[in-house]
Write a protein that binds this ligand. Structure first.
Ligand SMILES: Nc1ncnc2c1ncn2[C@@H]1O[C@H](COP(=O)(O)OP(=O)(O)OP(=O)(O)O)[C@@H](O)[C@H]1O
Ligand SMILES: [Mg+2]
Length: 337
C-alpha cells in the first residue's frame, strides 16, 4: 500500500496513514475489524498507523459527471481575500475582531505526557483552547514543542491525561475509543504535509475514498455530487479525472484538502500542510484552507511560516506545553526546525 502513496516528506511523528479515509470496519460502533488488523492504540503509546482499505476494495470508479472538455464552464479558482491579521491595521485604526459562531472545541487544562522508551515527557502542560465555528487558528512553536501532539489530541487520536475536552458542548474527555473513532470521522478533516494520495486513482476517486464508512457507500449520484462539490470548493473540479502523477504538488494538496472536506467536517486540522510546497503554492494552499472557514468550518493550522499564520484570525504559540497568544515579535520569528 505504501508504494501506492505519492511520496512526500513525512512529518507526522506518529506515522498515521490518512485518517480522512475511514476503513469500512472503523465504524465506531464495534463493527467488523479485518483479520489481523491492529487494534486501536492505547492513548499514551505510539499510535498504530490507521490502515487504509485494500485497493481491491475500492468500488467502481467515481468518475466526475463530465470531462473538463465537456464542461468548460467550471470557473477558475478565485482566491478569497485574506482575513486581516490579528494585529492593528497599518492605518493605525484598531482591528475589530470578527465575531465567530458557537464553540466547536473547548480544551481546558489539557495535559499529555508521552511515554516512549526513555523517560516520560510532558508535552502538553495545561492547554486551554477554544475554536469557534468560522474561526481560523494558527499554532506556531519550535520543532518538538508538541504541535502535532496537540492536533492528535484535538483530532481524537490521542486522549488527554488530564483536563477537559468539550466538542460541540459535549464532554468527550473520557469517551471510549470506538465512539471517539466515530466522532473523529464525523467531525474532523485532516490535512498533512504529506498528501497520502493513491496514485493509480483519479483526483475524484481519491476524494471519494473518504466517503467509505461503516454504513457502506452513498448512492452513486450523491457520492459524485459531494466529490465534485469538494473539488470545486478548492478550485480544481476541472482536474477531477487527473491522477496524482499528472498534478503539481499544490494541486495534489488541494485534492487532499478536498478529501478532508468531502464529509463536511466541522473542524479542519492541518499539520504543516505547506511544508512540501514552494512559497507561492504554499500561499495558495493556505488561502484555500482559510477560505473553508467562510462556510463555518473551524480551522487549526500548525505552521512554521509566520506569513501563513498571519492570514488566520488568531495566532497562538505553543511553548513549554502551554498555548499562548503569539505576540508580533514572536509571530515574525522564523521558527527553525
Ligand atoms: N509517540 C510518541 N512517543 C514518545 N514521544 C513522542 C511521540 N510522538 C512525539 N513524541 C515526542 O514529543 C515531542 C513533541 O512532538 P511533536 O511531534 O508534537 O512536536 P512538533 O511541535 O509537532 O514538532 P515539529 O515542528 O518538528 O513537527 C517531541 O519531542 C517528540 O519526539
Ligand atoms: Mg509536528
Amino acid at each position: 500500500m505504501t508504494d501506492s502513496v505519492v511520496p512526500g516528506r513525512q512529518n507526522d511523528p506518529r506515522g498515521h496513514a490518512d485518517p480522512n479515509v475511514v476503513p469500512p470496519w472503523d465504524n465506531g460502533d464495534g463493527g467488523r475489524r479485518p483479520p489481523n488488523a491492529p487494534t486501536p492504540a492505547a492513548s499514551s503509546q505510539v499510535t498504530t498507523p490507521v490502515p487504509l482499505p485494500p485497493v481491491a476494495a475500492v468500488p467502481a470508479a467515481t468518475a466526475p459527471p463530465s470531462s473538463p472538455a465537456a464542461n468548460p464552464a467550471i470557473p477558475p479558482f478565485a482566491a478569497t481575500p485574506a482575513t486581516p491579521p490579528f494585529t492593528t491595521t497599518s492605518a493605525g485604526s484598531p482591528y475589530t475582531a470578527p465575531t465567530f459562531g458557537a464553540p466547536l472545541i473547548q480544551l481546558t487544562g489539557v495535559t499529555k505526557t508521552l511515554k516512549g522508551q526513555q523517560e516520560p515527557r510532558t508535552i502538553l502542560a495545561g492547554v486551554d483552547l477554544t475554536v469557534r465555528s468560522g474561526e481560523s487558528i494558527a499554532i506556531l512553536g519550535r520543532s518538538g514543542s508538541g504541535k502535532s501532539t496537540l492536533l492528535s489530541v484535538i483530532g481524537l487520536f490521542d486522549r488527554p491525561d488530564a483536563g477537559r475536552y468539550l466538542l460541540n458542548d459535549r464532554d468527550i474527555t473520557k469517551l471510549p475509543e470506538r465512539k471517539a473513532a466515530a466522532l473523529r470521522s464525523a467531525e474532523f478533516g485532516f490535512v498533512f504535509q504529506r498528501f497520502f494520495l493513491l496514485k493509480h486513482l483519479t483526483a475524484a476517486q481519491n476524494v471519494a475514498m473518504a466517503l467509505v464508512n461503516g454504513q457502506g457507500w452513498l448512492p452513486r449520484r450523491k457520492r459524485k455530487a459531494k466529490v465534485m462539490a469538494a473539488l470545486d470548493r478548492v478550485g480544481i473540479a476541472h482536474l477531477a479525472k487527473h491522477k496524482p502523477p499528472r498534478l503539481s504538488g499544490g494541486e495534489q494538496q488541494r485534492v487532499a484538502i478536498a478529501r478532508a472536506l468531502v464529509r463536511e467536517p466541522r473542524v479542519l486540522l492541518a499539520d504543516e500542510p505547506t511544508g512540501a510546497l514552494d512559497t507561492e503554492t504554499g500561499n495558495l494552499v493556505v488561502e484555500v484552507l482559510r477560505a473553508t472557514t467562510d462556510q463555518g468550518c473551524g480551522l487549526v493550522l500548525v505552521t512554521h511560516d509566520r506569513d501563513h499564520a498571519a492570514k488566520m484570525s488568531r495566532v497562538l504559540r505553543l511553548a513549554d506545553g502551554i498555548l499562548n497568544p503569539a505576540n508580533e515579535s514572536q509571530a515574525n520569528e522564523r521558527v527553525v526546525a
